[in-house]
Design a protein around this ligand. Sequence first.
Ligand SMILES: NC(=O)C1=CN([C@@H]2O[C@H](COP(=O)(O)OP(=O)(O)OC[C@H]3O[C@@H](n4cnc5c(N)ncnc54)[C@H](O)[C@@H]3O)[C@@H](O)[C@H]2O)C=CC1
Ligand SMILES: O=C(CO)COP(=O)(O)O
Length: 340
Amino acid sequence: MEQVAVIGAGSWGTALAMVLANNQHNVNVWSHREDQVNEINHHHTNSKYLPDVKLPSNLVANADIQEAVENAKAILLVVPTKAIREVCRKLRPFINTNQTLIHASKGIEPETHKRISEMIEDELGEGVHDQLVVLSGPSHAEEVALKQPTTVTVSSYHLKSAEIAQDLFMNEHFRVYTNEDVVGVEIGGALKNIIALGAGISDGLGYGDNAKAALITRGLAEIARLGTQLNANPLTFAGLTGVGDLIVTCTSQHSRNWRAGNMLGRGYVLQDVLDQMGMVVEGVRTTKAAYQLSQKLNIPMPITEGLYELLFDEKDPKHVVDDLMNRGKTKELEDLSSFL
Ligand SMILES: NC(=O)C1=CN([C@@H]2O[C@H](COP(=O)(O)OP(=O)(O)OC[C@H]3O[C@@H](n4cnc5c(N)ncnc54)[C@H](O)[C@@H]3O)[C@@H](O)[C@H]2O)C=CC1
Ligand SMILES: O=C(CO)COP(=O)(O)O
């Protein structure tokens, strides 16, 4: 039984906190919102993010970040990518070299094009390199909270840190694999959100399963193409954090990115979609970051480019699809050479 701090009380932070609490760990969830802390402590619910779910009594909330992480063996960061730096700055005075630092967020920072573990190292110092673990894979909070069978990957440069995370989270409903390809795991987890937006748009436009299968497969090809250029292991993209996460996010109505895409496909404008979602839609900022990176590194990423034009240049979704379908001829295997 360990003391674990969870930084971020949205849907994913709460669901992962439940896994830890069900494993008999003492879990302290930090939220920057007092009302949420009160609701969790007094009613054992987090109704905005996980309605109809009762939280275990060994899961408590705290609005004071120092108190939340005090004596924690591990700290789990689960806030939207755009809040990672701010939260790390708040954490910095209170962490120590014995703690395992796990993050479960999925994104890339526009402008710097940094992955989340790179942003964390920027803010907490290179000394944390071997303490860092990323948790990723096909896992919607709504199903994890109901103890439905779920598999994820924990990846670290230092296998021992990944194994600590594996031991903390693993149980009969939540199977955890270790992995040492941090770059591949973070790139797969971040970029699948772009393709999920695309899948939602396709469904919103009324296109069928053929289109979605094409998006998943060709999306995987362009994710792997970028990832391998960044020194990821190509095989990672055939695993849980690659094709596994793409399947769940492109086919599930739980998916925030799919739902946002679906509204865009049905004609809503981006700002209205984001206002209505009320939860983070990481794919929007990640599309910007991945598009910029593909331009900088000269890597063809046609789906990402189409999504970028749709989101940021207001290109009509139907025209994006037409342009993707009418690109010049190409050989499939040559395109997939990043898998060899
Ligand atoms: N929801 C899910 O099923 C999954 C989500 N993720 C990833 O986990 C991350 C978090 O996602 P969700 O929990 O779904 O988001 P959410 O929108 O449900 O919750 C975000 C939480 O972060 C807090 N927050 C926002 N800005 C903050 C700031 N500046 N300082 C402190 N707290 C702040 C919010 O108050 C809220 O509690 C994202 O990167 C997402 O891609 C990954 C796997 C599954
Ligand atoms: O990453 C996730 C599931 O693995 C959650 O993101 P979405 O809700 O957009 O699918």
